[in-house]
Design a protein around this ligand. Structure first.
Ligand SMILES: *Cc1c(COP(=O)(O)O)cnc(C)c1O
Length: 392
């Protein structure tokens, strides 16, 4: 038995995507920036991919810059805008629940003379547009708020946030990495100035993503090198990866509605079974949230124990966020939502995907129930709690 419930961490590559990529490894391998016909052929494949990606996001092809993934796109957006606009101001606002690619870049900027202000979230995991308006001042150059949070799945009011930024002549970036599989994205309608995506979160290859930069927005380079990506991002063009990203995105566009209803019904079924079977569980993240994510916190247990025992039953899940796992720090997302630290320590994230089934959900809840019971039996706090209840 092998059950994969960690789709927010990465997803399997689709066969159709692999088939689209394959010719560009050995057969059409030529450098897309060379002048001979082989190079023109690969350049053409990249141009078609860029057109297709731009069409899916409602923008111009020359507003799409391919990168090595979401982390590069996020890092580039923050550093590139901060450095290009520092004569106007030095304040950057990010939400408290951003991915580490944004958090750690913001930290770097702070160490390099910029002011970084965090926009808080409420107990349900949402930022407040009013609060953003209060934080923006004449010194503010950029606001970055993710569309969909990777740990709890909450959908932020990004369109409203972008409007507030524009009213104050401030640029708005959104990390859309987790949004692509679930929400149709039209960057123009949403009013974004910059947006990040990553192919491996929607059944594309790892190591490729894109940054959308609205025409007219000045941005410094992150990766220096040759004239690739209209002289904005050096490095020999990764033709197969870019072709794969575009193909995966086309497949997502075609199947998004079916995919959403499939994962959402699995997730709801899962949460219903958990509610029935396991006491003292917190369901983290309010509505609206994407249909695939279930973030649970089990009182009186540590998530590491649950993860290890689930793995022995063939079930792959992660605690809070993949980036935080390996360290014992509880999730910054849950803490900023006001989840008590001891509860956050027992949090596990289940993220469903296309290939999951109802039977897998049932098997998982059975295994989980047994594991949580077993771990709680070893917990002095839980036994104390049980004692209290018995004495009443
Ligand atoms: C996975 C993820 C990233 C990083 O993308 P990579 O392509 O793995 O570098 C950034 N932001 C969010 C919200 C993510 O989930």
């Amino acid at each position: 038995m092998k059950i994969y419930l960690d789709h927010a961490s990465t997803t399997p590559l689709k066969k159709e995507v692999l088939d689209a990529m394959t010719p560009y490894f050995c057969q059409y391998f030529e450098n897309a920036n060379s002048l001979y016909s082989g190079g023109r052929q690969t350049a053409n494949a990249v141009a078609l991919a860029r057109q297709s990606v731009a069409k899916n996001f409602g923008c111009m092809p020359n507003e799409i810059y391919f990168t090595s993934g979401g982390s590069e796109a996020d890092t580039w957006a923050l550093k590139g805008i901060a450095l290009a606009h520092k004569s106007k101001g030095n304040k950057i606002i990010i939400s408290q629940i951003e991915h580490h690619a944004i958090l750690n870049t913001a930290k770097w900027l702070k160490n390099n003379g910029f002011e970084v202000v965090e926009l808080p979230v409420d107990n349900n995991g949402f930022v407040s547009p009013q609060k953003l308006e209060e934080l923006i001042d004449d010194n503010t150059i950029l606001v970055s708020v993710m569309y969909v949070n990777n740990e709890v799945g909450t959908i932020q009011p990004v369109k409203e946030l972008a409007k507030i930024c524009h009213d104050h002549k401030v640029l708005f970036h959104s990390d859309c990495v987790q949004a692509v599989p679930y929400l149709p994205l039209n960057f123009k309608e949403l009013g974004f100035d910059l947006a990040s995506i990553s192919a491996h979160k929607f059944n594309g290859p790892k190591g490729v993503g894109a940054l959308y930069v609205r025409n007219g927005v000045k941005i410094d380079k992150l990766i220096l090198g040759g004239a690739q990506e209209r002289s904005h991002r050096g490095g020999t063009t990764d033709t197969p990866a870019i072709v794969g990203l575009a193909k995966a995105l086309e497949l997502v566009q075609d199947s998004r509605d079916n995919h959403n209803s499939h994962v959402e019904s699995l997730r709801n079924y899962f949460e219903q079974l958990v509610k029935e079977a396991i006491p003292f569980v917190h369901f983290n993240g309010g509505s609206p949230r994407v249909g695939s994510v279930s973030n649970l916190a089990f009182e009186f247990v540590e998530s590491e124990g649950i993860l290890m025992l689930l793995d022995m039953d063939g079930i792959a899940v992660s605690s809070g966020s993949a980036c935080a796992s390996g360290s014992l720090d509880p999730s910054h997302v849950l803490l900023s939502m006001g989840v008590p630290i001891e509860v956050a320590h027992g949090s596990v994230r289940f993220t469903f995907g296309e290939e999951n089934t109802k039977e897998e959900v049932e098997y998982t809840v059975k295994s989980l129930t047994k594991i949580v019971e077993r771990l709680r039996q070893m917990s002095p706090l839980f036994n104390l709690k049980q004692g209290e209840t018995h004495n009443v």
